[in-house]
Design a protein around this ligand. Structure first.
Ligand SMILES: [Zn+2]
Length: 421
């Protein structure tokens, strides 16, 4: 939290100074998409000083994204470097906070521009173990963060972070609201362009989310990509997936029966390094497995090891043990990640999968999404529940990666865009 006297002391600061030490945009290299795809290009995403004092840029050799310092945080253009023309303009993002409109890059008289700075983003991609090692990974990212402080609520801050990773023709944005004030703050809506907020996580742009004092809300990332013709694609998941999450292409095959004997394992058409999956039919309660489950899994683990295969499991989200009150959509539907059952499951599965030697988990079934059940954490609205459940899933994926367990689901990724094109 930035004390108020410090904030007020920064009024009128020349934000171009924050970027004086970065290289000039004129020195940014250009690489062809062919070279980018061949993984020859490494560590290219950088922050640059813009062509004028009023601009700052992110550039990875493939695309360039310019932001305004004058119109603080306003995107100027995103451009494919080989095109040479002006590129595309990203739609302006706006929030309504305590009934007042806040526009990134707009006139916000009730807000002070606190700071703008470039940042290295190696940490989000810092994963210690993945089953296969023949990837150029993790991609490093660079970003620029703009920060505003409210004049009306001391300690209330909004941050907009634009991020670019090596090689990818895309830029991501993340909005964080930090309520360090002594008052509740209501985020009524979030809006960007014609299609609402560029995230598949919640529907519409109405949030109606009351942020209590000392709470921080990070909203789902928005991703913007340029296609081969230089046209803007919102999301653009598939193209980014293999670079951001190379394990997403790991091939897996489920066993046809459970429990299995060794010949079932040998009958699978899998190559070394690919994934043998324990089927959902096993109905193993992964948060509270019994000795018989450990024994059955060990047989497959030994057979997989002999064939050089990676051990995985299919898990049906509808099978997570829970009461009706834990569930989002009635019996058989997934439990809410913030219900007691959801929290218990999340706290226990990783340790059990690790003990069993499971390195890949394929989640099946719908995700717990909008939820209006009472008694689940801080849920206020179904949209808020959808965002919280989404992030709980993403965090589980990231925790999994940090201990060498890959968790996959068609609708959520640990990093990168979530929406299918
Ligand atoms: Zn819930």
């Amino acid at each position: 939290m930035v004390p108020v006297f410090l904030v007020l002391g920064m009024i009128g600061q020349d934000f171009a100074k924050s970027f004086e030490l970065y290289p000039a945009i004129s020195t940014a290299p250009m690489i062809s998409q062919a070279d980018a795809d061949s993984l020859k290009a490494k560590s290219l995403a950088k922050v640059f000083r813009g062509s004028t004092d009023n601009e700052v840029a992110l550039d990875n050799g493939v695309v360039q994204f310019r932001m305004s310092l004058q119109d603080f945080g306003k995107p100027i253009f995103l451009q494919r470097k080989t095109d040479g023309n002006g590129g595309v303009v990203l739609p302006a993002l706006s929030l309504v906070l305590n009934g007042e409109l806040f526009v990134v890059g707009g006139e916000n008289p009730r807000w002070v521009r606190v700071g703008a700075r470039g940042q290295l983003f190696s940490k989000p991609f810092d994963v210690r173990q993945i089953p296969q090692t023949n990837y150029v990974w993790p991609p490093r990212g660079m970003g620029v963060r703009f920060m505003w402080a409210s004049r009306d609520y001391s300690g209330l801050m909004v941050e907009m972070t634009y991020q670019m990773v090596d090689r990818e023709p895309l830029v991501s944005q993340k909005v964080t609201v930090r309520n360090g004030s002594n008052f509740p703050v209501r985020i009524s809506s979030i809006h960007q362009g014609d299609s609402g907020y560029p995230s598949g996580v919640f529907t519409g742009d109405q949030l109606n989310w009351t942020l209590r004092p000392n709470r921080v809300v990070e909203l789902p990332d928005g991703w913007f990509r340029l296609d081969g013709q230089g046209k803007l694609v919102v999301s653009g998941r598939k193209q980014a997936l293999n670079s951001l999450m190379p394990w997403s292409v790991l091939k897996g095959q489920a066993l046809g029966s459970w429990p299995v004997d060794t010949k079932n394992v040998n009958g699978l058409k899998l190559k070394r390094g690919e994934v043998i999956l324990i089927p959902t039919e096993s109905k193993i309660p992964w948060s509270v497995p019994e000795q018989v489950d450990f024994d059955a899994v060990r047989l497959v683990a030994e057979a997989a090891k002999k064939s050089g295969l990676v051990l995985g499991a299919e898990v049906d989200l509808g099978d997570i043990p829970g009461e009706l009150a834990d569930r989002v959509g009635g019996s058989g539907s997934p439990v809410c990640w913030h219900s007691f059952a959801g929290v218990f499951w999340r706290q226990n599965v990783l340790a059990n999968w690790k003990r069993m030697g499971i390195q890949v988990v394929e989640l099946k079934g719908e995700l717990p999404s909008r939820c209006s059940q009472a008694g689940h954490g801080e849920h206020q609205t179904p949209n808020q529940a959808a965002i919280e459940n989404h992030f709980a899933m993403r965090d589980l994926m990231r925790q999994g990666l940090s201990v060498g367990i890959i968790i996959r689901h068609p609708d959520v990724t640990a990093y990168g865009p979530d929406q299918w094109e």
